[in-house]
Structures are given as structure tokens and as C-alpha cells.
Design a protein. Structure first.
Ligand SMILES: [Fe+2]
Length: 243
């Protein structure tokens, strides 16, 4: 009788690489210092992740990071935090804000902070429209890069599945914030994440962790059996590309 509500039993993050997070210390609104980054690494280990690629914000207005500032923060983390038995942090990327500055820079060159040398993680303002995204997507593909849209469920102006499908048809990959399924960003974002998951629109899943509590909160994530099947597809896709 309660078949529909059966829970998905497998570990959710075992073996995965977290490809969106703010683990690097003192560089954006994520980890404040080395001690906090160390705590986050413990959190990753507890969840079963095997590796992490940090993606600090690159956003001219608030976090004007450059390849140099990110490289320095990565060096700091590598020197003080990484231990043999801990999760691996093999490289770094960024979470680029798509704004006028990003578009201007795109005209003159190729962004340097990539994931696995070919993916680029993008975000827009939470109340932003999709027009600039579409243009960015087109130009990035011309440069043989594959854009990944971070947490599509969090953008307020994208309301229906058709809007998302149109964006995917342009060539975007979608990355789910696992915290969205726990209602961490509010009930509407949760509902949208569930809808996009059910529609099979996500390609990747990540924590977008800014501090250790985010990772602790994820310990309580449970999926229905139906959601688990979709999650399994995302996991396989991700393991193939971020191992
Ligand atoms: Fe983020």
C-alpha cells in the first residue's frame, strides 16, 4: 500500500566528486579560514565523497577573483589541509557570474578557471533573465567549452519546465544543489528541484557547500524510490566525467 513512499536506500554521495563548492579559504563567502576548510574536508569524508574540486565565486562586484587569487588559495589549502587519508582535491575551477563583465571578457578570450579543462560552471543573478545566459552558452560552445548552469532550481524568473528544457536544448548541463531537496533555500526551490529531478533534467549534483554545517545537513537527505532512480542516472553520468 505504501509502495510509492518507499525510500531509496543506497548511499547518495559515495565515490562522487563534488564539483561545486566554496571550500577554498578566505576567497569568497565560503570557508573563512584553513580551520574551516579542514572541517569541511571531514564533512566530505563522512558523506562518502572521494574528491572535491573547489569553485570559488568569480563575480566582479562582490568577489573579483582571478586565476591568480584562486591559485594562491588552492596553494594555501594544499599546504595546510590535505592529508593522505583525506578526500582528494586534485584541481580547482570557479563559479562564474554571467554579467556584463563576464560577457565583455568572453569577447576577448577564453575563461581560465575550468573544470576538467572543458566544463565551465556558471551562475546568474537569482532574479536574472535567461537572455544573457543563452548568449554566453553560444559563445562558450564556439570556444569548445561545455557550460554547466549551477543550481537552476534557484532562479526565480525561470518558472516552468519548458523554460528549462529550452535552455538545455541550447547546450547547457544542469547541476542540482543537493541542499535544495532538503528545503534549505525554501519550499519553492525545493518543489522546483523535485520537478526538475523528476523530469530528468539534471546532469550533475553537488553540495555548493559554503561551510561545514551545509555538509552536516546533507547527512539527513533521503530520497523516495522514484527520485533515487533519477539520482542513480545523474551519479553514473557524473562518475564518468568527474572521477
Ligand atoms: Fe556556489
Amino acid at each position: 500500500m505504501f509502495q510509492f513512499f518507499k525510500k531509496y536506500q543506497k548511499p547518495l554521495f559515495e565515490g562522487l566528486c563534488d564539483m561545486h563548492n566554496h571550500l577554498l579559504p578566505s576567497i569568497d563567502d565560503g570557508s573563512k579560514d584553513i580551520a574551516m576548510s579542514s572541517k569541511m574536508l571531514e564533512g566530505y569524508l563522512a558523506l562518502g565523497f572521494t574528491s572535491v574540486i573547489p569553485t570559488p565565486h568569480v563575480y566582479q562586484e562582490l568577489y573579483p577573483n582571478t586565476p591568480e587569487t584562486v591559485k594562491d588559495a588552492f596553494g594555501n589549502l594544499s599546504k595546510h589541509c590535505l592529508k593522505e587519508e583525506s578526500v582528494k582535491v586534485p584541481s580547482y575551477g570557479a563559479e562564474y557570474m554571467v554579467d556584463e563583465v563576464f560577457m565583455k571578457n568572453l569577447e576577448s578570450g577564453i575563461p581560465e578557471l575550468l573544470l576538467k579543462e572543458k566544463y565551465i560552471l556558471l551562475e546568474i543573478n537569482f532574479f536574472g533573465a535567461t537572455a544573457m545566459l543563452e548568449s554566453a552558452c553560444f559563445q562558450l560552445q564556439q570556444k569548445e567549452l561545455r557550460p554547466i548552469l549551477a543550481h537552476p532550481e534557484r532562479y526565480h524568473l525561470m518558472e516552468n519546465v519548458a523554460t528549462y528544457k529550452a535552455l538545455k536544448n541550447k547546450g547547457f548541463y544542469f547541476q542540482l544543489n543537493a541542499l535544495s531537496l532538503l528545503g534549505h533555500y525554501g519550499p519553492q526551490v525545493k518543489q522546483k528541484a523535485e520537478k526538475l529531478l523528476q523530469a530528468g533534467l539534471y546532469d550533475f549534483v553537488a553540495t555548493d557547500a559554503h561551510h561545514p554545517q551545509h555538509l552536516k545537513t546533507l547527512q539527513s537527505l533521503r530520497l523516495s524510490k522514484k527520485q533515487g532512480l533519477m539520482w542513480e542516472g545523474i551519479r553514473e553520468f557524473q562518475l564518468d566525467r568527474f572521477s
